[in-house]
Design a protein around this ligand. Sequence first.
Ligand code: SF4
Length: 241
Amino acid sequence: MTKQISRQIKKIEKKEKKGSYGVWRKGFCRKYSELLTRIQNNTYNSLAETNTSKDEKITCRKGCTYCCFHYVTVSLAHGIVIVDYLYKRKALLKQFVDNYEKWYGKGFLISDSIDNMRIQAFSSSIPIDRIITDTRPLSQHYLEMNIQCPFLADNKCFIYDVRPTSCSGHYSVSPPDWCVSDLEQQPVLHNIIPNDEDLIEITQLSDPRLALYELTLPKMINRLLNEGSSPLMTEIEQYNF
Ligand code: SF4
């Protein structure tokens, strides 16, 4: 049975919508969502163009959930936008709360280890490529644990319009049948990051640290729902981004 929205989440929602922060948050989420649609189209088109020149085709299909068992992070800025999307869709918010409990049992400890490594690396200004390489064994272990993303229901992503850019930039170009976790044949996946112009625009929408500070997706959303954005914003003050 789907859980009810707790009093704490309702209290935080009220607080997030209040005063000058509430006004800023509303405008920020609108602009970020518009930009996100453009970024999603740009990444898709850029991969489609590259593939045409290489004779490859994007083979992703509706209902395929292979990538939704991978380890995914989201920035604080993007997390605020996802939470706003859930505030406007209470049935989806309840679904997340329900799914998070199941995710927590399997995913919290390992994602906490990855987050700690990433935060330490970020605060010492280690380049993103090194961070990805260093955390790869743990991310691979996460995938092997078969942990389903809590935003997945009926084989569909229920925050599809505002899903993280790492999800919207992930495409398979191998036969769809290869996207099965217990198959020895690994699918050929391309991960396209947004172009420099779009990335700059994202960081310019707010304090750039909001776009740089990332946590595991479910953890970030759960914290924003239960604590609000203020403790997370205070948290980034201590890191040397
Ligand atoms: S956010 Fe959506 S697309 Fe991304 S892993 Fe979760 S269910 Fe899949």
